[in-house]
Design a protein around this ligand. Structure first.
Ligand code: ZN
Length: 349
């Protein structure tokens, strides 16, 4: 949501069907309110083909796949036949724009719908044990998004995106943004036409390191959340608006008035940020390590001392060295990326 820097590059783990509670397993960590994802980005062509492969993951989940298949709008064979489907695309787009511009949902209706979506996702998920799940899957994310599409957008949002290309993904490397929606345009070449592709990614690391024991109260998009499933819903709601705006107007910015008005009318969102626990917050809470902390760690059998410069999935530690890069304070530093658990605070005198 709110546009802070995010690191959403794809890695092998993200494409796995089941996303485990990585934060719990590896014990890494960090701080302060993150953003649910800023203005949604339109990606350039370079990584389009790679990103398009992630949608295959939920084939391993027959129960969810069978549900999903009933909601599929347009078979591939007809998608290629542009003259036939063009009118329905135009109708879906008009309907979506109408909903975005005018739809208003009463709070009690929103609450009932939220519970219905929760129950349905839990019933059909093969990975989620309960509302505070410690494993989830691409199929769960897809199912939830499709439920929102059918309940809130008259099945005209995801279906429209699928006409172009739509994928869902979990990322363990997004350490600040709770979610991210991308619109990738691959330019036309002599051999093929231009391609547009949409992708919604949610941060598994943020969700899993929040709602642990003795968790502080959590709000996402201004709404209090009591468990991971609720937080996931708020992020999906937010990203669904990004997707819908992109489909209708191409641009989407959650810091802008139009986005915020839609988010408030449909979902009662009052903010475009999340308060999920970030690595930086966990590092400070559990290890007392912050940006600026003096730390040491073992490197090739020797203790090395440096200063924490950044905390994302790992800490970036700057170690003074004549071989390093020159920094603005005119000193040279080598950069090390170290898991928080491998750092020790240097005692202050
Ligand atoms: Zn956003």
């Amino acid at each position: 949501m709110a546009p802070k820097k995010s690191n959403a590059k794809s890695n092998a783990k993200n494409t796995k069907e089941s996303t485990q509670n990585a934060a719990t397993k590896s014990g890494w960590l960090p701080g302060i309110f993150g953003s649910l994802q800023g203005s949604t980005t339109s990606r350039t062509s370079a990584d389009a083909s790679k990103r398009a492969t992630t949608g295959t993951a939920d084939k391993a989940n027959p129960r969810v796949s069978s549900i999903k298949s009933t909601q599929k709008s347009t078979p591939k064979s007809t998608q290629k036949n542009k003259p036939k489907i063009a009118p329905s695309i135009a109708i879906m787009k008009d309907r979506l724009e109408e909903i975005l511009r005018h739809q208003q949902i009463a709070p009690e209706v929103y609450s009932a719908r939220s519970r219905l979506i929760q129950t349905t996702v839990l019933q059909h998920s093969r990975a989620m044990a309960d509302e505070n799940f410690s494993a989830t899957s691409v199929a769960d994310l897809r199912l939830m998004s499709e439920l929102y599409d059918s309940i809130y957008f008259d099945s005209s949002c995801i279906a429209l995106a699928k006409h172009y290309g739509m994928a869902f993904r979990w990322s363990s490397r997004m350490t600040r943004a709770g979610g991210k929606t991308t619109r990738t345009v691959r330019r036309a070449t002599i051999r093929r036409a231009a391609e547009i592709h949409y992708e919604i990614t949610l941060s598994s690391s943020l969700l899993f390191q929040t709602f642990q024991e003795d968790s502080r109260p959590i709000k996402v998009c201004g709404r209090p959340c009591h468990h991971r499933l609720e937080a996931m819903q708020r992020i999906v709601e937010h990203e669904a608006i990004h997707l819908a705006e992109m489909l209708v107007w191409i641009d989407s910015d959650c810091a802008a008035g139009r986005f915020q008005a839609i988010a408030n009318r449909l979902f009662g969102h009052t903010e475009h940020r999340h308060e999920l626990v970030t690595q930086r917050e966990r590092a400070a809470k559990l290890f007392d390590i912050r940006v600026g902390s003096r730390v040491y760690f073992m490197h090739e059998g020797h203790p090395v001392q440096g200063v924490v410069n950044r905390i994302t999935r790992r800490a970036t530690v700057l170690v003074e060295s004549p071989q390093g890069e020159m920094y603005s304070n005119h000193k040279r530093y080598l950069k090390y990326y170290i898991p928080i658990t491998a750092l020790k605070l240097v005692a202050r005198n």
